[in-house]
Each structure stands twice: as C-alpha cells, then as structure tokens.
Write a protein that binds this ligand. Structure first.
Ligand SMILES: *[C@@H]1O[C@H](CO)[C@@H](O)[C@H](O)[C@H]1NC(C)=O
Ligand SMILES: *[C@@H]1O[C@H](CO)[C@@H](O)[C@H](O)[C@H]1NC(C)=O
Length: 188
C-alpha cells in the first residue's frame, strides 16, 4: 500500500504550518544587525530589541541568552531570502502569525520546529529609511510585558494585539553589527 503524501499531510493538518525556510547551517558571514525602537516622545524610544522565551522584546533587563562570548543583552538578527533569523547555531528562525488568533504575534522556532498553523516566515525587509518591516509595515511595541519589558508585534491591523494596552507603532531601526556574538536564545 502506498499512501499519497499530500493526503497524509492534509489529514495531519500540516499543510498550513509555517515550515522553517532555512537549513540548519547559518550562512558563514551574514549581514547581522541589532534593532532599536524609534518612537519620538514615547518611553519606548531607543529601546534595544531582545530575544527570549521564543518571543521578541525591547528593553528586557536580561535576555539570558547563552552566547559564544558575552551576552551584551541585545539580540542579533540577519535576513536570508526574506526570512528573519537570530544569529547563532541551530536555525533560530522568526515567524509571524497575523491570523485572528495570532494578531501579529512574533516568535521564533529552533532547528526544524514548525511554527504555528498560520505562521509566516517570509516578508521581512529593510526599507529605504533603514527600518526593519514585515509585510511592508512597521512594528508595534506593547508595554508591561515580562520583567517590565515591551513585547514586539507585527502589524495585523490590530493596534493593541492580544489584549495588550497602550501599544505604540514604532520604527525598528537597523544597527549593523560587524562583529556579532553568536547566541542561543532561551525557549519556553
Ligand atoms: C533571566 O534570569 C533572571 C534570573 O534568573 C530572571 O529573573 C529573569 O526573569 C530572566 N529573564 C528572562 C527573560 O527569562
Ligand atoms: C551589543 O554588541 C553589538 C556588537 O556586537 C553592538 O552593536 C550593540 O550595540 C551592543 N549592545 C549593547 C546593549 O551594548
């Protein structure tokens, strides 16, 4: 008996899951960068981005990453073929969930883990103003997340996603890092 792969995948509900796009080997010399929130006049102004617990934050007091060197507290990213990765071993790849459930949730998977059912992997780009965007839109920062940090969201047309309050639209300014530190960011 030979089963049809697509039928099997469909029956397992796998078809819409965000599969990782990258291989498990990082490019040897990617253009790495950190990110800083820009929102003039708001408390989030100049907050650096962090990665922890499968999520992206800004102004997290301690991201608790395990690094090849010192974790200086901020996350290092690179883009490959429109997908966004954290710089480090084992394919730490960002996904975005703009569905009604996700409301713009940004997370990351490790290795060959699948993202959520409606997760998207590609759509990341740096615009002409040196700001990282997803799907042509700026990002959103919501205060009062863990450890007093901001949680960072993509725009899904919801200005206060997932029951958050007082969220603000921000520009995510790209700051090139010539000598990045390779890190394994924490997972839940
Ligand atoms: C980092 O570790 C400290 C000390 O254990 C803890 O208080 C803090 O909540 C951790 N932060 C994250 C983002 O896991
Ligand atoms: C962390 O180090 C990178 C260079 O590897 C630098 O660009 C960034 O500004 C540093 N962040 C902090 C908070 O010192």
């Amino acid at each position: 008996m030979k089963l049809n792969y697509l039928a099997v995948a469909a029956s397992l509900g796998l078809t819409a899951v965000a599969q990782p796009t990258g291989s498990c080997t990082a490019p040897s010399n990617p253009d790495t960068f950190g990110l800083v929130a820009i929102k003039s006049g708001d408390a989030v102004q100049y907050a650096g981005f962090n990665a922890a617990l499968n999520s992206i934050f800004a102004r997290l007091p301690s991201q608790n990453a395990t690094c090849d060197g010192t974790d200086n507290g901020s996350a290092t990213f690179y883009i490959k073929d429109g997908a966004l990765f954290l710089y480090g071993p084992n394919n730490q790849e960002i996904f975005v969930d703009r569905s009604g459930m996700g409301q713009g949730k940004i997370g990351y998977t490790v290795g060959d883990e699948s993202g959520p059912r409606n997760g998207e992997r590609t759509g990341w780009a740096i615009d002409g103003n040196n700001h990282l965007q997803f799907g042509g839109n700026d990002l959103i920062a919501c205060p009062n997340s863990i450890d007093g940090a901001y949680s960072i969201w993509a725009s899904a047309g919801v200005s206060n996603p997932a029951g958050n309050e007082n969220c603000v639209g921000i520009a995510a300014r790209v700051e090139k890092q010539a000598n990045p530190t390779s890190c394994t960011y924490s997972t839940q």
